[in-house]
Design a protein around this ligand. Structure first.
Ligand code: CTP
Ligand code: MG
Length: 237
């Protein structure tokens, strides 16, 4: 097997507040994207990393990767992203070398995922699962509501059984052909999904969950930056 990691990093990070694109925001002095690339390159199985950069930032991202040493075994390349995460992932897939048959898709916004989680996902794909997602049980109870105008109280529609729910992380791992087919099919249907595995589910192919990790949380809002820097400081201590 030859494994590549596609890292969508083309988002602006609107929920994080004003500033440079989220992937370029620093955590303890190092850009989030570099942490995320290192997290993928930490796996000995990953031979190629494809970074999907903000369309106006591909040159800057290429320079950044050139500056930060990666293991000798890891090749990397940078492509420009699109308007949605799904589009950015597709552009990353288009850039994969022919000999790649396992693909990880990993959010740049999850810079701290441990290598054991990455390896567990790869292992499950190599053992025959076409699509693998790391996930954790939920701490909070979840309600389905009827959305209302901002500020209005929202009627509850249902409360799904919490024990059956999982909060999904990345890297998600795929048999390459399955993921490419899922993206092509959706391009025809014109539908969106909030993760790659969701596209594979629509194909009718099986998707399995393996244990995720607390440190694979997504940096989305300002408080997440505080947590990420604290985790890094604890690692160095
Ligand atoms: N992403 C991307 N291309 C887009 C939108 C998102 O590559 N057009 C990437 C982000 O860079 C991020 C990952 O998808 O690494 C997960 O998305 P999210 O956490 O939502 O990041 P943003 O879209 O940047 O944040 P926000 O939704 O708050 O603007
Ligand atoms: Mg987003």
């Amino acid at each position: 097997y030859r494994t590549a990691a596609v890292i969508p990093a083309a988002g602006r990070g609107v929920r994080l507040g004003p500033g440079v694109p989220k992937a370029l925001r620093t955590l303890n002095g190092t850009p989030m994207l570099i942490h995320a690339v290192r997290a993928m390159a930490a796996s000995r199985a990953v031979s190629l990393v494809v970074v999907v950069a903000p369309p106006d930032g591909a040159f800057e991202v290429k320079n950044l990767l050139d500056e930060h040493a990666l293991p000798e075994r890891t090749d990397y390349l940078v492509v420009a992203g699109g308007d949605t995460r799904q589009e950015s992932v597709r552009l990353g897939l288009d850039a994969l070398a022919d000999n790649i048959n396992v693909v990880l898709v990993h959010d740049a916004a999850r810079p701290l995922v441990p290598v054991d989680t990455v390896d567990a996902v790869i292992e499950a794909v190599r053992n025959g699962a076409p699509a693998v997602v790391p996930a954790l049980p939920l701490a909070d109870t979840v309600k389905e509501v009827e959305p209302q105008a901002k500020g209005e109280a929202e009627p509850v529609v249902a409360t799904p059984e919490r024990a059956r729910l999982r909060s999904v992380q990345t890297p998600q791992g795929f048999d390459r052909d399955t993921l490419v087919r899922a993206h092509e099919t959706v391009a025809v249907n014109g539908e969106g999904a909030t993760d790659c595995a969701g596209l594979v589910e629509r194909l009718g192919a099986p998707v399995v969950v393996v244990p995720g990790h607390e440190e694979a949380f997504k940096v989305t809002r300002p408080l997440d930056l505080v947590l990420a820097e604290a985790v890094l400081a604890r690692r160095r201590a």
